[in-house]
Write a protein that binds this ligand. Structure first.
Ligand code: AHG
Ligand code: MN
Ligand code: MN
Length: 336
């Protein structure tokens, strides 16, 4: 039984038997993520003091400037998972290709692959605004003891066995699901332990916050333009409040607690949207559904989309169930 103020370590042990497969491997994996989260948190927290702010001087495969913390967080998560010999493969937003971990070794019995956005919201690092880390876990589909292949990473989101995020905010939290609800743990920095502070997190069924980069309005599909005007109309509990941090993790976290919707649609600049299906949308969609919210690309459930490439982008509408259903109606009414 979970109880408030239980440590994450205790929670993982107590809940291990509720996983579908109970070899303890998934528990060790979550434990490794917990450790990497603490290491990255330590670096994020002193970001203004040490030479870790600013650009790294390179771009990632998606042509985006890498920040030093992007690179640092990427290295720490990969190192932690690799050194502990816990997974057989990792794919990261910051890596061109997936990484196979000792998977050619037939003694490697590991069955999980992890996909990560090591640092989400990196444009906020230099200005002391919350950033995050997002992770997604699948069982490999190819046989154990053989090298992992692309197929292991291009699975539909509905096959995820775990997903979560870390938010480096006013306090640092780790929020995750293994398919039995969503629980949030807050780091006590003095002790270095995460405590269960938000058991069984749920999106309010409806909300009054909409989060979208309205600067792109002119480039939005007509359905989104119409929905934004609907949000701003004086009627019932509207006009809604607009809140946009520019870091998906932070916008999602606030909306899950208060009730709201996050939107990153396709635009004329980004015709398939901006957010990455494998590192951002799938894990957040899994968490959203486990918290009784909803996630869609405007037409189809995110978790039912068949990925075709590692760095694929999709439009993303995610949050309180009623709000997502409303925006879907607007999207589906207009065909242009
Ligand atoms: P990342 O820092 O991992 O590249 O992700 C940034 C994402 C997301 O977190 C955020 O909501 C969105 O990009 C912001 O995009 P705009 O600046 O275009 O609004
Ligand atoms: Mn991101
Ligand atoms: Mn990122």
């Amino acid at each position: 039984m979970s109880r408030k103020n239980q440590t994450l370590g205790e929670f993982i042990i107590e809940n291990q038997t509720s996983f579908k497969y109970t070899s303890g491997e998934l528990s060790r994996l979550i434990n490794s993520i917990r450790l990497a989260a603490k290491v990255v948190n330590h670096e994020v927290n002193k970001a203004g003091l040490v030479d870790i702010l600013g650009a790294f001087g390179d771009t990632n495969i998606q042509g985006e400037d890498q920040q030093k913390l992007d690179v640092y967080a990427n290295e720490k998560f990969i190192q932690t998972l690799t050194n502990r010999n816990i997974v057989c493969g990792i794919a990261s937003e910051e890596e061109d290709h997936f990484i196979a971990i000792n998977s050619q070794d037939e003694n490697n019995q590991n069955k999980y692959v992890v996909l990560i956005d090591p640092l989400d919201g990196s444009s906020n690092i230099d200005v002391n605004v919350s950033v995050g880390t997002i992770f997604s876990v699948f069982r490999r589909v190819t046989p154990i003891g053989t090298p992992v292949t692309l197929e292991d990473f291009l699975q539909k989101g509905n096959q995820q066995v775990a997903a979560g995020y870390i938010i480096y905010g006013t306090s640092t939290m780790l929020v995750y699901t293994t398919g039995a609800g969503v629980n949030g743990f807050t780091l006590n920095p003095a002790i270095g332990a995460f405590y269960l502070s938000h058991p069984d997190m749920q999106f309010p069924e409806d909300g009054n916050i909409y989060s979208v980069n309205e600067g792109n309005y002119i480039h939005f599909p007509q359905g989104v333009k119409d929905y934004i005007k609907y949000c701003q109309m004086e009627e019932g509990n509207r006009p809604y409040t607009s809140r946009y941090i520019g870091s998906l993790v932070s916008d999602f976290h606030r909306n899950m607690i208060k009730g709201g919707i996050y939107i990153y649609p396709n635009t004329s600049k980004n015709p398939t949207g901006k957010l990455r299906l494998l590192y951002e949308c799938n894990p957040m969609a899994f968490i959203a559904e486990q918290a009784l919210g909803k996630a869609s690309d405007g037409f189809t459930r995110i978790l039912d989309l068949q990925p075709t490439e590692l760095h694929q982008r999709v439009p993303f509408f995610c949050g309180s169930k009623i709000m997502v259903e409303e925006v879907e109606e607007f999207m589906q009414k207009v065909t242009v």
